[in-house]
Write a protein that binds this ligand. Structure first.
Ligand code: CP3
Length: 315
């Protein structure tokens, strides 16, 4: 399996490819389900979530599937109510005064685990589970994040809940997990240490499957992330991937600009080729974007990217 081999640093085949947000709005088959069901129904009905998970694999043949869920799907297990309008909405929003009285409800993780189980039984490629980074989850669960020891304690509790969610996904069969600390780039270096790295370290150290770390700003902070010893780091497009590779040894995932998929097909091929050639022979490289697939991404663009990756070039 190319994906798991690359996470192990031992891939000798063409690099594996999957895309963050590969299950979602750019797919007509997703839109079709979405016109019949609410987002809440899609996320919390195991059969539907499993079905959406499989859609991009059936269409494109990616090397890994990612569970269809959301980083905010953990909210009900933490005692919040959750609704999706334009985006996820949680209430009551957490404050320094109320968060300790939230009543956790671990049963609310059941539909997520069940979706992973159903998807896994129907897949012939590895399944990736996920959670948000505690700081990023906090940005959605608070009106305004606060600072200090009490905020660090709040993040520590979120990390514990993330670990419980990941453990349930792992029992259900996921082969690896990715932690999306998308908003960690908002933190200064000092805050980053305390509010992003520390809770991420707790998660990496507690989970017994490969953990991939993602955030905006990961190219710049790759060395700090590598120090947590994750299985891999997902890199944005702020630096060429080869430059990051020269600084860190661990498996790397990335790092095409999601906007590239709106370019002419020839440009997609040539930009992909530049990345592939720069990482040629690297046994620990996974092709991905530097952030999620955008909603109106053309299907032909995704096909062209995958075809370029799979092309055996002369050595
Ligand atoms: O990658 C995948 O294909 C798996 C599914 C997945 C979703 N969200 C489904 C989703 C994953 C991995 C996520 C992660 C997620 N969710 C992140 C981290 C990654 C990132 O993009 O930075 C964040 C910050 C969220 C929170 C979130 N969920 C927002 C802000 C929104 C609304 C804005 C938006 O992008 O639509 C969502 C909704 C959401 N989550 C959708 C999907 C497919 C949109 C669904 C729809 O409108 O039909």
């Amino acid at each position: 399996m190319r994906f798991l081999d690359a996470l192990n640093g031992s891939n000798r085949d063409v690099p594996p490819v999957w895309l963050m947000r590969q299950a979602g709005r750019y797919l007509p088959e997703y839109q079709a389900l979405r016109s019949r069901y609410s987002l809440r129904e899609l996320f919390f009905t195991p059969k539907l979530a499993a079905q959406v998970t499989l859609q991009p694999i059936a269409r494109f043949g990616f090397d890994a599937a990612i569970l269809f869920s959301d980083i905010t799907a953990i909210a009900p297990a933490m005692g919040f109510s959750l609704q999706f309008d334009e985006g996820p909405k949680v209430w009551p929003l957490a404050t320094p005064d109320n968060w300790r009285s939230l009543k956790q409800d671990l049963g609310a993780l059941d539909p997520i685990a069940e979706a992973a189980f159903l998807a896994k039984t129907q897949l012939d490629v590895p399944l990736i589970g996920f959670c948000g980074g505690p700081f990023t989850i906090a940005t959605y669960f608070t009106e305004k994040t606060w600072r200090g020891d009490d905020f660090a304690a709040f993040l520590d509790w979120i990390a514990d809940m993330c670990i419980l969610s990941l453990q349930r996904q792992i029992e259900a069969g996921v082969d690896a997990v990715q932690v999306f600390d998308s908003w960690a780039n908002l933190l200064s270096d000092e805050e980053f240490e305390k509010y992003s790295l520390k809770p991420l370290k707790k998660i990496v150290d507690s989970v017994n499957k490969p953990v991939i770390l993602f955030m905006r700003g990961s190219a710049k902070r790759a060395k700090l992330l590598a120090a947590l010893k994750p299985a891999a780091i997902s890199i944005d497009w702020e630096k060429p991937l080869l430059e990051v590779r020269q600084q860190v040894k661990c498996p790397l995932q990335g790092n095409l600009n999601p906007d590239l998929l709106f370019a002419p097909i020839e440009e997609i091929r040539s930009e992909a080729r530049l990345l592939l050639d720069s990482m040629k022979g690297d046994p620990a490289f996974i092709v991905n974007l530097g952030h999620g697939v955008k909603p109106n991404t053309p299907l032909e663009a995704v096909e062209a990217l995958i075809a370029e990756v799979r092309k055996k070039t002369r050595t």
